[in-house]
Design a protein around this ligand. Structure first.
Ligand SMILES: [Zn+2]
Length: 341
């Protein structure tokens, strides 16, 4: 029986040598170490042997069993390593291949223009004052000297919410009242940028949402000449030192007197072209001295304080600078357009 065990040892170890896969290994384990294997049968039947035979056979049988179990464990480990090596080689990455290009975002052309505008006004001592997009009728109209049934309201048809008298602001001007009420009686130099909303027939030049940058300076002895000089300087800084500004009398309910600000056409230099409708001038802002009623609504005594205000459209300025012919491009989210800036 000792010889039989030796034979089992030899044949099983030889068989294990040729095992190359997991399934074959499992088959080997069942054949040589399973319950019905010759080795296990011998070990299981030890009780049937005589007292004299039992110790030697048992000892030898256990030796073979330990040996086979060790060989089996080694083989499991060897197969695992081979498999790992295979997956590393087969699935290897070629790190020298060029990567996929990453699509990089960039700032929206309106945002780029807004930032350019912020920087210019910051240099002139104006800080950004943020006001809300949703306003009450009182702030959007009444406190700005546009009472109910005022004909100027026709220019500002807007979106009303289901809450009575709460609307989407039609201009950034209500921010003037917020700023004045916050800072009164200190002097003010702020710009108020932000989105405005109007109920418009959308066309190449009209959108239902657009940015505005409002400006407000309030203090003692703030004069019309300060307004003209400040806006003329802004025009030169945003459109170039060779540009000149022109001021035309106009009307706004919240300023008195009021002026439109034009710049000599950046396309034709004032000669006349399709962009400037052959006038040689492009309108870029509205402005004026803050109306006494508005100053008073902001908390300032108009007999002591005065101020100027202006408002401009960053999209309009971007259109002029980049030769964009249709305002609808800005909020259509077409990457063919946005990717050009
Ligand atoms: Zn022109």
């Amino acid at each position: 029986m000792i010889d039989q065990l030796t034979a089992i040892q030899q044949t099983s170890l030889a068989a294990l040598q040729s095992v190359t896969g997991k399934e074959a290994l499992e088959a080997w384990r069942v054949e040589y170490l399973g319950k019905k294997s010759p080795l296990m049968t011998i070990l299981g039947d030890l009780g049937k042997l005589s007292k004299e035979e039992r110790p030697a056979i048992g000892k030898r049988g256990n030796e073979v069993k330990v040996l086979l179990e060790k060989a089996y464990a080694d083989k499991v480990e060897a197969l695992r390593k081979a498999e790992l090596q295979h997956s590393l080689t087969a699935g290897a990455l070629d790190v020298t291949l060029p990567g996929r290009p990453i699509v990089r975002g960039r700032l929206h052309p309106a945002t780029q223009t807004l930032r350019e505008i912020y920087a210019i006004w910051a240099e002139m001592g104006f800080q950004v004052y943020r006001a809300r997009d949703v306003e009450t009728d009182e702030y959007n109209f009444e406190l700005l000297n546009i009472p109910k049934h005022h004909p100027a309201r026709d220019m500002w048809d807007t979106f009303y919410t289901t809450t009575p008298n709460v609307i989407l602001r039609t201009h950034t001007s209500p921010g003037q009242i917020h700023a004045m009420r916050e800072y009164c009686p200190q002097p003010i130099r702020v710009i108020l940028p932000g989105m405005c909303y109007r109920y418009e027939q959308i066309s190449a030049s009209k959108e239902i949402q657009f940015n505005q940058v409002e400006g407000l300076a309030v203090g003692k002895n703030v004069r019309m000449t300060d307004l003209i000089g400040t806006l003329a300087e802004f025009v030169r800084r945003i459109f170039g030192p060779e540009r000149t500004a022109r001021f035309r009398a106009s009307y706004f309910p919240f300023t008195e007197p009021s002026m439109e600000v034009d710049v000599d056409c950046i396309v034709c230099g004032g000669q006349g072209c399709a962009v400037c409708k052959y006038t040689g001038w492009l309108e870029i802002a509205g402005s004026g001295m803050v109306h006494p009623i508005v100053l008073r609504n902001g908390g300032y005594d108009p007999s002591i304080y005065s101020g100027f205000a202006f408002g401009m459209g960053p999209e309009r300025i971007a259109m002029l600078k980049h030769g964009i012919t249709d305002i609808r491009y800005f909020w259509q989210n077409d990457l063919r357009f946005l990717g050009q800036f």
